[in-house]
Design a protein around this ligand. Structure first.
Ligand code: SF4
Length: 321
């Protein structure tokens, strides 16, 4: 399969100042620290991790909602990091973002028609009557009645608002959609509907997704490959079947063991994580996961493991492999 996006050595460090007025010290939060992955045409890659793992920052760097500290982002063979904002702008049409919170991502003063039409007008894709027709088509595509186009966001349910967000993202016929936890703010019953919609749209328009989620349960039916992130680093990347059947990294093992099973009485070995994710300002030495890992050794406390290929379809960053 042809590559659509190639990310190599991506870093985002946020400076924070500490100390008094006279002795200021700058520290850095390594929100994204040397992350590399690719997405093929028509593929759905899941990016999974707890809050504070850096997954949302990674998504934002791809579409320049944030500027990278270092690293390469190549989209359809074009090095986007070497581009000025003006050079990047036409490419931005091909890479759209769906926000986590459908409640706050829509302007409450704009009707749905305006909200969906905004990117079409901004990029000069259509004018006049064509815009209206395009908005109606997009609403139909995401399962909303175009007669509701003159309503305001507060008149819609959470699931409907996320459909509006999806229609906005589709307005410019993108190739890649970065979906940042698009269902986590929704009721479980509505989550499945939105996931099914994203699945259908992928098939219909040949889209690729980077699907960001905080648990492996949500991504298991949509994503072909999954990348697991912990404290700014990728710890495992694998095809879906291998990852769920035989997770390699101890953190992935803990995440997969937390997935609810249909029969709650079925015997399963739950891997419990000790404590909370540490602060990214002072991450643990060596393997960042070592304070929570039951297999940690002295080597783990001192040496940072790098992401290494273990076979054709998977890579892991752990001294056990
Ligand atoms: Fe655990 Fe060591 Fe592997 Fe880190 S490198 S996950 S501490 S075994």
């Amino acid at each position: 399969m042809e590559k659509l996006l190639e990310v190599a050595g991506l870093k985002k460090y946020f400076p924070i100042r500490k100390g008094s007025l006279f002795s200021r010290e700058t520290k850095y939060v390594r929100a994204v620290d040397d992350v590399s992955f690719d997405i093929h045409k028509g593929e759905v890659l899941g990016l999974v991790g707890e809050s504070g793992s850096g997954k949302t920052t990674t998504g934002r760097l791809l579409v320049r909602l944030l500027k990278a500290t270092e690293g390469d982002i190549v989209f359809e063979g074009k090095d986007t990091q070497a581009m000025t904002d003006a050079q990047f702008r036409p490419l931005r049409r091909d890479m759209q973002f769906i926000f986590q919170d459908p409640y706050s991502s829509l302007n409450p003063r704009l009707t749905v028609a305006h909200a969906i039409a905004e990117p079409i007008r901004l990029h000069g894709v259509a004018t006049g009557k064509e815009v209206e027709e395009r908005v109606g088509d997009l609403m139909n595509t995401v399962g909303l009645n175009p007669r509701m186009a003159s309503r305001y966001p507060h008149e819609f349910s959470g699931g409907q608002r996320q459909r509006i967000g999806i229609a906005r993202a589709l307005a410019l016929n993108p190739k890649l959609i970065i979906a940042d936890e698009p269902v986590s703010a929704l009721d479980v019953s509505i989550q499945a509907q939105v996931l099914n919609l994203l699945h259908r749209l992928r098939d219909e328009f040949g889209l690729s997704y980077l699907f960001i989620a905080h648990d492996l349960n949500v991504v298991q039916h949509l994503c072909e490959r999954i990348a697991v992130m912990y404290l700014g680093k990728l710890v495992e990347v694998a095809d879906r079947e291998s990852l769920y059947a035989e997770p390699l990294h101890p953190y992935t093992q803990a995440l997969t063991s937390a997935i609810p099973v249909p029969n709650p009485r079925a015997k399963r070995d739950r891997v419990l994580l000790k404590g909370e994710i540490p602060s990214p300002v002072n991450p643990p030495s060596g393997c960042h996961f070592h304070p929570r890992c039951q297999f940690a050794t002295e080597q783990c406390r001192q040496v940072v493991p790098t992401l290494k290929k273990v076979n054709a379809t998977r890579s892991v960053a752990c001294h056990l492999y």
